[in-house]
Design a protein around this ligand. Sequence first.
Ligand code: PEP
Length: 259
Amino acid sequence: MRKPLVAANWKMNKNLNEVLDFAGEFSRKLPHGSVAKVDIVICPAFTHLAALTANSVLPGGVVVGGQDSHWEEKGAFTGCISPVMLKDLRVRYVIVGHSERRQYFSESSNMLAGKLTATLKAGLIPIFCVGEKLEERQTGRTFKVLEEQMTEALQFVPKELASDSSRFILAYEPVWAIGTGQNATPGQAQEAHKHLRGLLAWLWGAETAGQIRILYGGSVTPDNFAAIMACPDVDGGLVGGASLDAERFVKLIEIAAAR
Ligand code: PEP
């Protein structure tokens, strides 16, 4: 049985006061015992990581992730943050290959392979994002695009690092569903997740593939999440907009816990 995971991706949102207000409300509203049923990750902007990992700001067991990380440990990369630096801040997860990074920062599969390897070497857990664009879906190329994104990045990641199922999270995020209010239907999500699990089995074997958690991301809300979570290959959510509000984020966690 795969434990559900719900991760918040706050992108470039919230100032420090808003972060602390969220943490207070979230701590009050999160039902006792939630972390035993669901792994909960919050990915704020880099500048707010330390505020959230400070003692007792978040409920015990709720952990923090970075939204990106570099492929080197250190060096002349102005403006960048390395996985080792994230580790110093008690960060546990790193989002790798979000479509906004691919689109606006031209992140290639080669870079993503480096980022995945560096993340894993630092002992952090990558949440690796893949997903097709609208035009790719409309022209029947969804599976092909997923295959390319998976194999191009993962073939360069040392198998012994990535194939520990508890240390690797995959996220299916159809680009057309991110921030648009148009989520994938449960049928579309299940079909894609099943295909991704098959690709994981091809890469790392059926046993590992059966244990790796695959999150769905793309306009998740408390209204649509239960139906998506009911899909057998969906193990949680990577949530943007709906995670910015503590009450809505708690509702999503409760839905995941009820599965
Ligand atoms: C995301 O940014 O990963 C995301 C899924 O955003 P949203 O939930 O707002 O669609």
